[in-house]
Design a protein. Structure first.
Length: 303
């Protein structure tokens, strides 16, 4: 059995390699290390774009694609029938949840304005807001969304979770129309699928209360950028974005210059030691596959 991984540095974090499994490193910028048709289990590069899927055509014996990312949008539809696609659920939960809370605190406490004043050597106090007492609507009640809920609760805020289907402690997405006007902060944590593309549109944004904060830690395509520019441009709502559409955001884009918009360059999962968590997940999956056990985090309907 043959497995390809994308980072040699990740190999020590995969744990014990099952007997009979040959692990090779495939850097997509270089030649194949061996015949791609003989690969059973593939761990592609992290944060790849459409080009990352090109080797699939030559990997005719492939059985499993194990992603290092939580998002799977570029792989859904590209992975051949009969190949199991799994995401990296759990690898980025803590870091992305921390980013979301950081974005809330920074926006509410007017940190961007304070940093601008610092860069200009100006002592310019700002009156901010506290997260405590805020109602935080989290759209997407998966692993990361639930982790965000736990963290905002620790700040004495009230998390409200929404998912496709209702369950204990989670609202059905059909209730968004009622929930949006009640929220002080709206966190987008849904995967990008055909159903969620452009979900945060003009109608969605118009239902947010005046002064509310939109936080997008999911994928840029979930938000209609034109609608966001229009709504945020009036100053009625604020936004904190780790992802944008397009991405990277062009230098001349109006979102950059809006004082009520905080932007970071898709760094929610970029932490020291990220490979440890990513390849721990990949290693556990490889062990399950080699043992003939059911795989976890199998992507279905884009999730």
């Amino acid at each position: 059995m043959k497995a390809w991984i994308s980072h040699r540095e990740g190999l020590p974090f995969m744990g014990a390699i099952p007997e009979g499994v040959d692990v090779e490193v495939f850097d997509p910028r270089q030649d194949y290390p061996s015949d791609p048709a003989t690969v059973d289990f593939w761990v592609p590069t992290y944060m790849g774009e459409e080009w990352a899927t090109r080797p699939l055509a030559a990997m005719t014996g492939l059985k499993v694609v194990q992603l290092l990312s939580a998002g799977a949008e570029i792989w859904v539809g590209a992975v051949p029938e009969g190949v199991v696609l799994c995401n990296g659920k759990g690898a980025h939960t803590g870091s992305t949840a921390e980013w979301a809370v950081m974005a809330m605190l920074a926006s509410l406490r007017r940190l961007p304005a304070l940093l601008r004043a610092q860069s200009e050597n100006r002592w310019a106090p700002e009156t901010g807001e506290t997260l405590a007492g805020k109602k935080v609507l989290i759209v997407g009640a998966g692993d990361i969304g639930t982790a965000i809920a736990h963290r905002v609760a620790a700040f004495d805020a009230e998390p409200v979770l929404v998912a496709r289907r209702a369950r204990d402690g989670v609202h059905d997405s059909s209730q968004l129309e009622t929930l949006l006007p009640q929220a002080d902060v709206v966190v987008i944590m849904t995967p990008l699928t055909e159903a969620t593309a452009g979900m945060v549109d003009a109608a969605f944004l118009s239902r947010m209360r005046d002064g509310a904060l939109l936080v997008n830690a999911a994928r840029g395509g979930v938000v209609d950028t034109t609608a966001l520019v229009t709504e945020a441009g009036t100053g009625r709502i604020r936004a904190a974005l780790d992802v944008t559409d397009p991405e990277p955001l062009p230098a001349e884009h109006p979102l950059w210059s809006m004082p009520n918009v905080l932007i970071t360059p898709h760094v929610g999962g970029n932490i020291e030691g990220a490979l440890v968590n990513m390849y721990r997940v990949a290693g556990e999956q490889l062990q399950r596959y080699a043992a003939g056990e059911p795989l976890q985090n199998v992507v279905s309907d884009g999730y």
